[in-house]
Design a protein around this ligand. Sequence first.
Ligand code: PGA
Length: 251
Amino acid sequence: MRKKIVAGNWKMNKSLQEGLELAKGLDKALKGKAVNCDVIIGTPFIHLASVVEAIDTNRIGVAAQNCADKESGAYTGEVSASMVASTGAKYVILGHSERRAYYGETPEILKEKVKLALANGLTPIFCIGEVLEEREANKHFDVVKAQLKASLFELSAEDFAKIVLAYEPVWAIGTGKTATPAQAQEMHAFIRETLIAKYGKEIADDTSILYGGSVNAGNAKELFSNVDVDGGLIGGASLGVDKFLPIVEAF
Ligand code: PGA
């Protein structure tokens, strides 16, 4: 059975102190609560080790938002997958559209990052999704399939089974304009069909596919009620316990 997951992506927000306060606040709010999904928070690199220390990581998984495409060495300013793993973080968000658009992350670079994340025992939360022009030209299915193929489809079935996917239509990220539940379900079903064709039904059925793009307390329940939507990757609404908790509780 695939996991239901609600993951926060803090992006470049929160000082260390503010981040610790948020993480601890969420940990406290979840304590003793029966929730029906895994909860993850994606913090900036510098927060990882302190957040892991400050919370119960059985209750909340911790994710980095990126890692390097190189193992180690003279790459000033980079943070490797093994360094992320050494903090106690268990996940890494890879292929976010902001990384692709602003930092030139190509499918080939992402392929290396995925490999290194897996080699270091991290679970990649791998983001895919089309821009508005691609949807308007009815190319969104092709674009998403090509993104999967270019960065993930050389993985063995055993390795692919460790990946969490996040479908994030770029036009819905931070815009307040979410995909309709029907649009999300349509794409998630397409992704699952694509996975069936590549890796078979068992692996496809076990792969969690999250939806991301302006998810909030008001729309989460309807989005998550679709059979192929296994949770959410939450940006803006993950920056406060009051906004994030109701999304976790939408399951
Ligand atoms: P948003 O961001 O929820 O602020 O739209 C989602 C994301 O980029 O992961």
